[in-house]
Design a protein around this ligand. Sequence first.
Ligand SMILES: Nc1ncnc2c1ncn2[C@@H]1O[C@H](COP(=O)(O)OP(=O)(O)O)[C@@H](O)[C@H]1O
Ligand SMILES: [Mg+2]
Length: 358
Amino acid sequence: MYVKRLMLKNFRCYEELDVELSPHINIIHGKNAQGKTNLLEAVYYCATGRSHRTSYDKECIRYDQSEAMIKIWYEKYKEEQLEIHIRKNGRKSIAVNGYPARRINELFGCFQVVLFSPEDLSLIKSGPAKRRKFMDMEICQVDPVYLYQLQQYSKVLRQRNQLLKEIAKKAATKDTIFAWDEQLVSYGVKIMERRRQFTEQLRQYTSRIHRQITHEEETLSITYENNVPIAASDFQRKLEEDLARDIRFGSTASGPHHDDLAMWINGADVRVYGSQGQQRTTALSMKLAELSMMKEETKYSPVLLLDDVMSELDQERQWHLAQYIQENQTILTCTGIEDSIRRLPAGKVLEVRKGKIV
Ligand SMILES: Nc1ncnc2c1ncn2[C@@H]1O[C@H](COP(=O)(O)OP(=O)(O)O)[C@@H](O)[C@H]1O
Ligand SMILES: [Mg+2]
């Protein structure tokens, strides 16, 4: 799969952009704050219906404008097209091949990307929320039903937490909570089952890739740390046990909204004991695994977006990444074209200056 053409209107610093891309390697270079990441953000948005940088869509709209547009033409087995309008009033619209989508879910499964940015290098040492997001965004791209379950789960969770607060104020009675618990458990179990399945697949891919990168010196294992047991009856019981505490704090202590992923190198927890090098290699292995998994699930090679990561990696890791770059359409940003990038067989080299391609 590859992007043929990208068009932007009032997206971030781009007033207007219309650019054709190579199906192979595209190098976008330019000084800081010129719009390189914004360009990748727009492509990422087409795959996930959201930005990787912000959860406030409004920030993507060019200052003083009321609407931003992203349009891409991409090739799968035939040419397809996506068009997204982001509006200041919060109304967002998506059209797939000219047909308006009723829900954002319809976007998933159309177009896939894997984005690797410097923040991903800290995936291991940051908090569990980042790792849950990693899991969720990957599963969503290949499984639209999962997104629905996540949305329902968070809705029920919000309502349950609201009710807990009302119970504490004696504005509601305890027995009203059970209807919410039932739904929370039902969606929660589905989410956990999907995450377990995803992690099992991720474990197999990452362990193979990690052994390659470290020349068989390190064994990496990724495990799913579900916050409650996956069986419905156990989750239900946990909610009942926690009820007094939940009412006191006005929040739900147990459930997949507190899940995590654990990474082990030669048996030690990388999150705690890993050196910076090990943490980076682990993050790289996870990203490369993501790429292979997505390809296997969808039968298409996703578009690889690399935001300024080459300079953050040592030569050995760059060399491993380069192999994947050559197998997928890649859009790579950098401030300077250093040797590691110069060696790549570029299909297109573009310079960005103040929101324009020069
Ligand atoms: N909503 C917006 N409207 C106009 N300009 C924006 C908006 N959001 C960010 N910018 C500008 O985009 C630039 C940052 O672009 P970015 O792609 O992150 O740079 P880089 O080339 O370093 O990756 C900054 O100059 C910033 O002021
Ligand atoms: Mg940038």
